[in-house]
Ligand binder design. Structure first.
Ligand SMILES: *Cc1c(COP(=O)(O)O)cnc(C)c1O
Length: 411
């Protein structure tokens, strides 16, 4: 009874090793085992009803809304253990957990904009972010503008008296353009705008946007945090208490939550985040190096690739790269790429990424974009370098490229 009433954030004072590296922190995050009979991992607390000792404490239950356990919708100690771990990694004041990354994006936007407001969104955002802006926010009277990540000198002129928030994603979805985030934060501060970023690609292990002054950092925990392709979850981390409270209230009003079982699984996945990300990064470099040498390939799209136009910003701001990158092919091969994709065996075809397995998908970003880009002119296959032995992945590519070379262009 007593421990259910205590929030995870007050229960774990003896096991939040604040000054360890992220890798060590992730292994030791969570409530103190001594408070749960020595059980090492956070218990899965399933709950809708939370009961109270007496009427006074029930009447006072709202005081637990932000940090305690009040009603199942707002999370249990299992949710809080995960939220604390993500907050720590992002360097945030507080984190709200949602049922998916898409819900996290919708909740973050819904928390801070309303009728008559204007928001400025990177043209390279995830497709559902754009859909939420255009299909939902415009219906509620929010005006949307898009900016091109490579034309930041035009951004200031887009800011209006009604502008409220700038939404970022770096690198961009499908085409991997880097955004000069510190430059945008400076501009946003000058004009009193909020900034939010979708930080899923890098994970908070490799990029900490809140430290650069960004207000809100979003994760699709479905991807690397979970890491095993079996959970949907999202997180929104805030840089200060008022932002966190506004997010938590909005999540509550919208009914956003994730089940305690899924929170447990994502927290469990995060134990190995550091070692998985190192392997994803290493495998992606090996794959990019091999792919760049193939005559059919005209360009690698990844800030971690030495020739990429975003490489300098990535080197400056990020401490690593994930396993996701794009490969642009000469136009001539467009009709033959299905043969390549179908010939791969270890690289399965499927959306999502950040799990243990290698994946490929063809991407078609151009129709949604407002600005032209030389990244949109060639057929692109998106690769996710999984955790397999790299020599097996290369052998798989060799076989599939062999099929591509021996196929005719007419199919
Ligand atoms: C997958 C993804 C999302 C959406 O997350 P879900 O958990 O699938 O809803 C948001 N942003 C980025 C960059 C993603 O890759």
């Amino acid at each position: 009874m007593k421990d259910v009433r205590q929030s995870a954030s007050t229960d774990n004072a003896t096991s939040q090793p604040g000054d360890f590296s992220d890798a060590t922190y992730l292994l030791h995050s969570g409530p103190a085992p001594s408070r749960q009979q020595g059980v090492l991992n956070p218990p899965i607390y399933r709950a809708s009803t939370i009961i109270y000792d007496d009427m006074d404490s029930y009447v006072d239950r709202r005081s637990r809304f932000f940090d305690g356990v009040m009603y199942g919708l707002y999370g249990t100690p299992t949710t809080q253990a995960l939220a604390d771990a993500i907050s720590h990694l992002e360097g945030g004041t507080g984190t709200v957990i949602t049922g998916s990354g898409t819900a996290a994006i919708a909740c973050a936007l819904g928390a801070f904009v309303g009728a008559g407001d204007h928001i400025i969104v990177a043209d390279t955002v995830y497709g559902q972010t754009r859909n939420y802006c255009e299909e939902i926010l415009t219906r509620f009277g929010v005006e949307i503008s898009y900016f091109a990540p490579d034309q930041l000198d035009r951004l200031e002129a887009m800011i209006k008296p009604t502008s409220k928030l700038i939404f970022l994603e770096s690198p961009g979805s499908q085409t991997f353009e880097m955004i000069d985030v510190p430059r945008i934060v400076t501009l946003a501060h000058k004009h009193g705008l909020l900034t939010a970023i979708d930080n899923t690609w890098a994970t908070p292990l490799f990029y900490k946007p809140l430290r650069e002054g960004v207000d809100i950092s979003i994760q699709s925990g479905t991807k690397y945090l979970s890491g095993h392709s079996d959970v949907m979850l999202g997180s929104i981390s805030a840089n200060n208490r008022p932002l966190f409270e506004q997010l938590k209230k909005t999540a509550g009003s919208n009914g956003h939550m994730a089940s305690p079982d899924d929170c447990y699984l994502v927290h469990r996945g995060m134990r190995s985040l550091d070692i998985r990300m190192a392997r994803h990064q290493e495998n992606a470099q090996i794959l990019m190096t091999w792919l760049a040498q193939q005559p059919e390939v005209c360009r690698i799209l990844s800030p971690a690739w030495k020739d990429d136009s975003g490489h300098a910003i990535w080197m400056r701001d990020f401490s690593g790269a994930s396993g996701l990158f794009g490969v642009a092919f000469h136009k001539h091969y467009a009709t033959r790429l299905p043969r390549l994709i179908d010939s791969l065996q270890l690289f399965r075809i499927g959306s999502s990424w950040g799990g243990y397995e290698s994946l490929v998908v063809p991407v078609y970003p151009k129709p949604a974009r407002h600005y032209p880009s030389d990244r949109l002119e060639n057929p692109v296959i998106r690769f996710h370098g999984g955790l397999e032995a790299p020599e097996d992945l290369i052998r798989d590519l060799e076989k599939a490229f062999h099929v591509l070379r021996n196929s005719s262009g007419s199919e």
